[in-house]
Design a protein around this ligand. Structure first.
Ligand SMILES: Cc1cc2nc3c(=O)[nH]c(=O)nc-3n(C[C@H](O)[C@H](O)[C@H](O)COP(=O)(O)OP(=O)(O)OC[C@H]3O[C@@H](n4cnc5c(N)ncnc54)[C@H](O)[C@@H]3O)c2cc1C
Length: 476
């Protein structure tokens, strides 16, 4: 269905619900919402809606349900699996939550804040900080990603080790169901054993079960001291011992433990004009470690130095640089956070977002790297990521000089190789980005058919007419 074929009466009704500022059919205004950043998926829609209240979202979903027209929710459009991109045939309405972006309440005494879905993640962090609290979910796209999108993808980020993924940061939700009814589950309770935890169904559902319109988020005390170090390793096998040593000797103060390969660092040094190599000699692997503590400042730095000295004494590390200031810490973090985009300097890349048990990471990296090199001599693995969570972005840069399109045409072939190895290690083919369109079919190869069937039953129960983001995550 296109603008020409979608019932004009429905479009009029939707436009009237959201008012003149809340809709457009102008292709130029809609265009940026129809592509995602990797360019893997392109969509079409006759109308972009931007409701400004939960009541408007509810009325939109009711109207679409009555007309049997699908709806695709969209937040900051930073998703990496095509979940937010409408179908190519233009038969769905695109529902942006950007105008539903108020902070409804900050309850410092209860360590919670109630935030609407369109609030940008960085803004939620800022408001929490203003109240002398921490909202710990942090990721490189936080300047654009919105709370609704972050919760719908169950985002992880760099502090999962200490604070958990989005699932663990939500106490309550407000959701508009596929039929337009509003479920007000905005509870601020830490304990609530009154049956199934319904909110968890919507977290990580990628918009396939309903539209999240607001959430009660957990807040934490702000750390009083943070220390960051960039550590060089000679052997990847030492990374697990180093991880446990750092956790143990710091009194479990490790909040981030991120893997950076030498090749990735070299890409970043070429990509970022101001970036500098933190260490004088090259090493094959690095770890960016961050410790944070609520203790009075002064105790963490000696703990970090002692842990590094012990690691060096045991031969686990080659060298380390400790950030002497907040700006040095930010510079170290920007090396890590630029890895993904810096890969572009080496041409096309094929990306995998996988998880294996933490202890299996070195063995997985060896197996998977050997397998992809055997499949295509010259391919360059650039594995990096949240090693403390067992989550590696096993990205592959094309062989130098190869035609980028020819390389990208092998995406499925490489995914099969990598994901089969992930499965052998008891891992997951999507650690934090979700399934969307990219892995909707691929997951069927790896998930227990009973689990897929349970997911389908949940989908059918909450969205019997398959109107909520159809074609994403699971087919009904
Ligand atoms: C540079 C970069 C770094 C990243 N780093 C990390 C990382 O470290 N860890 C991590 O976990 N992820 C990471 N991501 C992925 C990130 O988690 C997602 O891009 C983000 O959470 C999606 O938020 P969004 O508002 O952009 O949602 P969108 O991209 O707009 O949507 C994502 C999905 O959520 C659905 N959706 C959006 N809003 C709603 C709503 N209100 N109700 C129901 N469904 C909705 C959409 O339909 C879609 O399926 C990164 C992405 C980028 C681009």
């Amino acid at each position: 269905m296109t603008l020409a074929t979608m019932d004009p009466a429905l479009l009029d009704r939707l436009g009237a619900i959201v008012g003149p500022k809340g809709w457009t059919t102008d292709p130029a205004e809609i265009a940026p919402h129809l592509v995602e950043r990797r360019g893997l998926f392109h969509g079409a829609t006759p109308m972009l809606l931007q409701p400004a209240s939960t009541a408007e979202v509810a009325a939109v979903l009711r109207a679409c349900a009555e007309a049997r027209v699908p709806v695709v929710p969209q937040g900051g459009n930073t998703g990496l699996v095509g979940g937010q991109t409408p179908p190519e045939d233009g038969h769905a309405i695109l529902l942006s939550l950007s105008r539903l972006n108020r902070i409804r309440a900050v309850d410092a005494d209860n360590d919670t804040m109630t935030v609407e879905a369109g609030c940008v993640l960085a803004e939620a962090q800022r408001v929490a900080a203003e109240a002398r609290r921490l909202f710990p979910l942090s990721l490189a796209a936080e300047g654009s990603a919105q709370i609704g999108g972050v919760l719908s993808t169950n985002a992880g980020g760099t502090a999962v080790l200490r604070y958990g993924t989005a699932r663990e940061l939500v106490l309550g939700l407000e959701v508009v169901l596929a039929d337009g009814r509003v479920w007000n589950g905005l509870r601020r309770l830490r304990k609530d054993n009154t049956g199934y935890d319904v909110k968890q169904l919507f977290l990580g559902a990628e918009g396939t079960l309903g539209v999240i319109t607001a959430a009660v988020l957990r807040l934490f005390p702000r750390p009083r001291e943070v220390q960051t170090a960039f550590i060089a390793l000679t052997e990847i096998d030492d990374v697990i011992d180093l991880f446990h040593l750092m956790r143990h000797l710091s009194g479990d103060q490790v909040t981030a433990f991120e893997l950076v390969p030498r090749l990735g660092l070299e890409f970043v040094l070429r990509h970022l004009p101001d970036a500098a190599d933190p260490l004088p000699e090259a090493a094959p692997w690095y770890v960016l470690v961050e410790l944070s503590s609520g203790q009075p400042p002064g105790s963490l730095r000696p703990a970090l130095e002692d842990a590094l000295a012990e690691a060096a004494g045991r031969g686990l590390i080659k060298d380390a640089a400790i950030a002497a200031s907040e700006s040095q810490s930010r510079a170290l973090w920007s090396l890590r956070e630029s890895l993904s985009e810096a890969q572009a300097v080496a041409g096309a890349s094929i990306k995998h977002d996988i998880a294996v048990p933490v202890s299996e990471i070195p063995a997985f990296l060896r197996r998977a790297s050997a397998a992809v090199r055997a499949a295509l001599p010259g391919v360059r693995p650039v594995p990096f990521g949240h090693i403390g969570d067992g989550n590696i972005h096993f990205n592959l840069s094309q062989p130098a000089g190869m035609n980028p399109q020819v390389f990208l045409s092998q995406w499925s072939r490489f995914s099969r190789i990598v994901h089969d190895i992930v499965a052998e290690f008891g891992g997951s083919i999507s650690a934090e980005h979700g399934l969307g369109q990219l892995k909707r079919d691929e997951i069927r190869r790896y998930k227990d058919p009973i689990e897929i069937e349970l997911m389908q039953r949940i989908k059918r129960a909450l969205d019997p007419d398959n109107l909520m983001n159809p074609g994403k995550l699971v087919l009904p």
